[in-house]
Design a protein around this ligand. Structure first.
Ligand SMILES: Cc1cc2nc3c(=O)[nH]c(=O)nc-3n(C[C@H](O)[C@H](O)[C@H](O)COP(=O)(O)OP(=O)(O)OC[C@H]3O[C@@H](n4cnc5c(N)ncnc54)[C@H](O)[C@@H]3O)c2cc1C
Length: 465
């Protein structure tokens, strides 16, 4: 479903008159800003961008795309590395103006519009001492993060972001608004949670919230190259025994002044842990003691800080405007072969800010029913992602090759499956891997709700025959 025919001016004008949000075409002011997303490798030119301000705009925009057989893309926070927020020639439904978050402190729930970022959610919920699982930085869109899964530091305590959903409002392919919850359209509710935008345009989410903050224990440790193998082995042991309140990720990165490191460590490959304790700060110090006492870290900047500051710590590191390419897998554990390969490929990291990162799972993610949602990887220990980041287009091949070769060399140590939210733009053949045995059920659901595959600018689940 797509057309490359130029749209008539009167057609655009009629559409523009029908919606409250801005309708942008290539010559309009604001068009380039609206088509700029996190990954600077993505340079797509939609025919029309509809900056929707509410559900009515979204319903009209879905009708417009369907009736004119336009290719359709849906943009939440614009963070997806594959660039699926945009399409060439067609219509982009840009939800970023829809960023309100309304917290009800009595029921400990939040109604979150689909253009909100994690930062928007944290800002509103923390005003009431409440939280829900978000990602590793504040600018990621709630919508894409939640619909694909939602890994985060709090996920071991509260489950994936989408495990905290009570209901979802979604505009389906026929332009109708439908609510999905455990009571209403339960199969759609199941599939939306993991199905990564395949079943409609979500306009808002209802989240359960939990008491935490304002201060939490922020754990930050760094180790020199010679301590990386043993420390990673210990990390594997530590996380398996840790209480669910412990969320702790690891990364291999190049030392730089931004991390407050002395000059002799600039350019040196280092292991970094960043973690939090979802509970009392002194209990957190006790829970993290074994990790902090292991080895001889070059820095230990562990201290209590406000939760909202914690959530913004990585914003500079993962800022927009760089070229990015990711290769990711799930793993059951950190084996010796894995460590040898890791050490080989990270001895020389191709650019400052290129990283590889471990997102340790377990806890509440694994304690939920295995088929609670369409996310099938609850039993995995961690996701591991090779994430080069650079600015010079001339160096694309070099960085992409590093990621691919590194990833391929790690394959023998990987578990099955990949996180749908971490697939790069050239990995659509891995979509079945992202769903495993869930794929057939999702196929059938796609046929029921989107038989013509209107929602296909995503990691696409094809409608079943
Ligand atoms: C710097 C960075 C940090 C990240 N950290 C984490 C992390 O900690 N944990 C984690 O789990 N993931 C993380 N991610 C991955 C992230 O979850 C995905 O990239 C996700 O798709 C981003 O959501 P978005 O709304 O910003 O994306 P967009 O690029 O706007 O959207 C991605 C896709 O989601 C779908 N979509 C978006 N909004 C809607 C909607 N309202 N209705 C229907 N479909 C929609 C569409 O198919 C769209 O193509 C991170 C990504 C980046 C770049």
């Amino acid at each position: 479903m797509s057309t490359t025919q130029p749209l008539e001016e009167t057609t655009i004008q009629t559409f523009s008159d029908q919606i409250h949000g801005e309708v942008l075409q290539p010559d309009d002011e604001g068009y380039d800003e609206a088509r700029t997303i996190w990954n600077a490798m993505i340079d797509k030119e939609p025919a029309v961008i509809a900056r929707c301000t509410g559900t009515a705009d979204v319903m009209t925009a879905v009708d417009f795309a369907r009736d004119l057989s336009l290719r359709l893309a849906v943009k939440g926070g614009g963070h997806n590395v594959a660039g699926t927020a945009l399409c060439d020639d067609g219509l982009v439904i840009d939800l970023s103006p829809m960023d309100s978050v309304r917290v009800d402190p009595d029921t400990q729930t939040a109604r979150v519009q689909a253009g909100a970022t994690i930062g928007d959610l944290d800002h509103e919920t923390q005003a009431f001492g409440l939280v829900t699982t978000g990602g590793i930085m504040s600018e990621t869109g709630i919508a894409g993060l939640t619909l694909g899964g939602g890994l985060g530091y709090l996920a071991r305590e509260y489950g994936l972001a989408h495990d905290n959903l009570r209901s979802i409002d979604v505009v389906t392919a026929d332009g109708e608004l439908v609510t999905a919850s455990a009571e209403e359209n339960p199969e759609l509710f199941w599939g939306l949670r993991g199905g990564a935008g395949n079943f409609g345009v979500v306009t808002s989410f209802e989240f359960e919230l939990h008491e935490l903050g304002p201060e939490i224990l922020n754990v930050r440790l760094m180790y020199p190259p010679d301590q990386i193998p043993d420390t990673l082995r210990f990390y594997d042991e530590f996380m398996r025994e840790a209480p669910n309140e412990v969320g702790c990720y690891a990364a291999i990165l190049e030392g730089s002044p931004e991390y407050g490191l002395p000059e002799e460590l600039h350019g040196v490959t280092l292991l970094a842990f960043r973690g939090l304790y979802a509970g009392d700060v002194s209990e957190g110090k006790e829970a993290f003691r074994p990790l902090r006492e292991f080895g001889d870290p070059i820095t230990d900047m562990t201290q209590p800080i406000p939760y909202t500051d914690y959530q913004q710590q990585a914003d500079d590191l993962y800022c927009a405007g760089h070229r990015n390419y990711w290769k990711s897998n799930f793993y059951d554990g950190i084996s010796d072969g894995f460590i040898d390969t890791l050490m080989e490929y990270t001895e020389s990291i191709p650019s400052p800010y290129s990283t590889v990162f471990f997102e340790w799972m377990g806890g509440e993610i694994a304690e939920r029913a295995e088929d609670a949602t369409a996310f099938p990887h609850r039993d995995k220990s961690f996701a591991f992602t090779v994430a080069p980041k650079w600015t010079d287009p001339e160096r694309d091949d070099e960085h992409i090759r590093w990621a691919r070769e590194f990833h391929q060399s790690l394959e023998p140590y990987a578990a099955d499956g990949v996180y749908v939210n971490y697939l790069s733009g050239d990995e659509s053949e891995r979509v079945p891997e992202a769903y495993g045995e869930r794929y057939e059920r999702l196929h059938a659901l796609k046929r029921e709700w989107d038989p013509d595959n209107l929602f296909q600018t995503n990691q696409n689940i094809k409608p079943a025959d």
